[in-house]
Design a protein around this ligand. Structure first.
Ligand code: NAD
Length: 513
């Protein structure tokens, strides 16, 4: 790892052998139990992080509550200035942070840098937004009255994030929440705790340079039990949780029980429909990157290809051919396309999914399996697999967080393919490959894809920060990032002001005294 500059990166990011995992900004708390972080790249211990105790959690929340009172009073464009400086710090730290993401999580170095770039982009977006948290004026039915809508800061935003985007998801939430005047408490993934510590080190510097109080950016660390402290805590009006549908079902219920708001970003089961007029030059890279990028560990990874029978053989052969060129290995080495899965448990899930698909009648077109030998010592490197399947297979209906691609045939009209695409419990990302205008428009219409993201002639994976990101059904319904996603981080207030000398009632009601 030394040759890839990991040691230097850790040093630049302030990561030690044992790190405090709880912080309110520049103040760090000793914590309890240690979480060890092993790299899926080579199986080596990268470092340890202490988890947050209940007492420390209470101090973090007290500090956040106090900070909120002053932070919400700061003009929004000034909060934007803090986010601008944070974006600049990220530009400086892009290389070490991208490397740590790649080394701790296992995605390719290019994708690690890409993830940090996403953080930078959302900061830029948020800076502009800080002057556009606009409400509106609304015509009143009563003479001498005016109505308007205002957006006020919400309070503490609790962020729970998944291992696969260990830094960007935090930034998507915090950059917006901060310009909205909220303070954030983040529990990152226990599978990538050093990324959480590194991010906090970066923002802590910015907060210090601006003499800002403790409590604007806090981190806590630990497993679901630490997450639960937040989900059951009425002092936190919004919980933004990214992860599995299984987690979202529990978190959503806990937050609803106390009438909190939740923003859920959960699992996907994303498909590309490949029609008779699809252009293979677009289909092959779109489908292959979508299926094997990040080793199939993106919420938007392509899991299903729904291919028209008239082009099925041609498309299948082209995709299978492209899989032969995939190079698997150390993700820090730019010549490799695919790195490891996050851990051995995930490898096990992947192997079981392949067995289940076979048992249901799936036909393996590209064999999977675990790689062994030099360079694969961590035991987390697997071969991307392709299986011919039916949409109705139980395993196809399920999100397996690994590089397994199911090929499914459709016949007749595009409506049949859309039915299959929609015929799963998840609703995150979807795509159609077609040069037929009517097919594309049908796919995007109210009767088309039921997903939060629907693309034409590009794949399912990857998204730009300018649009709202998220999905329907078991994906949870939340939207993050661009468009008007900021509104969830604020509370809406409707105002009516009477500037007349009378008090007319609404709906013409008479109430004579
Ligand atoms: P996970 O659900 O195992 O864990 C996610 C986070 O939730 C972790 O921080 C974990 O500690 C926490 N958590 C788990 N149970 C909890 C509970 N009961 N209360 C509070 N917190 C709890 O997910 P993972 O394996 O880290 O990530 C993979 C999953 O995330 C996939 O399903 C993927 O599709 C999904 N994901 C979705 C999006 C999206 O934007 N829709 C983005 C990234 C990942």
């Amino acid at each position: 790892t030394t040759s890839f500059g990991i040691e230097e990166a850790l040093e630049q990011l302030g990561i030690k052998d044992v790190n405090h995992g709880t912080s309110t900004g520049n103040k760090w708390f000793p914590g309890g139990e240690e979480i060890a972080s092993y790299s899926p790249v080579n199986g080596e211990l990268i470092g340890k992080v202490t988890s947050t105790t209940k007492e420390e959690y209470e101090q973090v929340i007290a500090s956040a509550q106090k900070a909120f009172l002053s932070f919400r009073a700061m003009p929004a464009p000034q909060r934007g200035e803090i986010v601008r400086q944070f974006g600049n710090k990220l530009r400086e730290m892009k290389e070490p942070l991208g490397k740590l993401v790649s080394y701790e999580m296992g995605k390719s170095l290019q994708e690690g840098y890409g993830e940090v770039q996403e953080m930078i982009d959302i900061c830029d977006f948020a800076v502009g937004l800080s002057r556009q948290l606009n409400g509106q004026t609304i015509p009143s039915e009563r003479p001498g009255h005016v109505m308007r809508e205002q957006w006020h800061s919400l309070g503490i935003v609790g962020i729970i994030s998944a291992f696969n985007f260990p830094v960007a998801v935090w930034a998507w939430n915090t950059a917006l929440a901060w310009v909205c005047g909220d303070v954030c408490v983040w529990k990152g993934s226990e599978k990538a705790p050093l990324c959480t510590v590194a991010c906090q080190n970066i923002i802590a510097g910015v907060l210090k340079e601006n003499n800002l109080p403790e409590g604007i950016s806090s981190i806590i660390n630990g497993d679901y039990k630490v997450g639960e402290m937040m989900t059951t805590d009425s002092r936190i009006p919004l919980i933004s949780a990214t992860g599995s549908t299984r987690m979202g079902r529990i978190v959503g219920a806990k937050v609803a029980e106390r009438f909190g708001k939740s923003l859920l970003e959960l699992g996907g089961n994303n498909a590309i429909i490949i029609t008779p007029t699809a252009d293979l030059k677009v289909v092959v890279p779109g489908a292959v990157f979508g299926a094997v990028g990040t080793c199939g560990q993106r919420c938007t990874s392509t899991r299903r290809l729904i291919i028209h029978e008239s082009v099925y053989d041609k498309v299948r052969d082209a995709i299978v051919g492209a899989y032969k060129q995939i190079v698997i290995g150390n993700p820090l080495d730019e010549k490799n396309h695919v790195g490891p899965l996050i851990d051995k448990e995930s490898v096990d899930t992947y192997l079981k999914a392949i067995e289940k698909a076979k048992a249901e009648g799936g036909k393996v077109l590209v064999e999977g399996g675990v790689l062994e030998g030099e360079g694969f010592e961590s035991g987390c490197y697997v071969k991307p697999a392709i299986i011919e399947a039916e949409n109705s297979f139980k395993i196809v209906q399920h999100e397996t967080f690994a590089p397994i691609l199911y090929l499914i045939k459709y016949s007749g009209d595009v409506e049949n393919a859309i039915d299959m695409q929609n015929g799963v419990a998840q609703g995150l990302s979807s795509a159609i490959m077609t040069n037929e205008l009517k097919e594309a428009e049908k796919f995007l219409s109210f009767a088309g894809s039921d997903c939060g993201i629907a693309n034409v002639n590009i794949g399912t994976s990857g998204a730009e920060i300018g649009g709202a990101f998220g999905g329907e059904k078991e994906t949870g319904g939340g939207r993050e990032s661009g468009s008007d996603a900021w509104k969830v981080y604020m509370r809406r207030q409707t105002n009516t002001v009477n500037y007349s000398d009378e008090l007319p009632l609404a709906q013409g009601i008479k109430f004579d005294l």
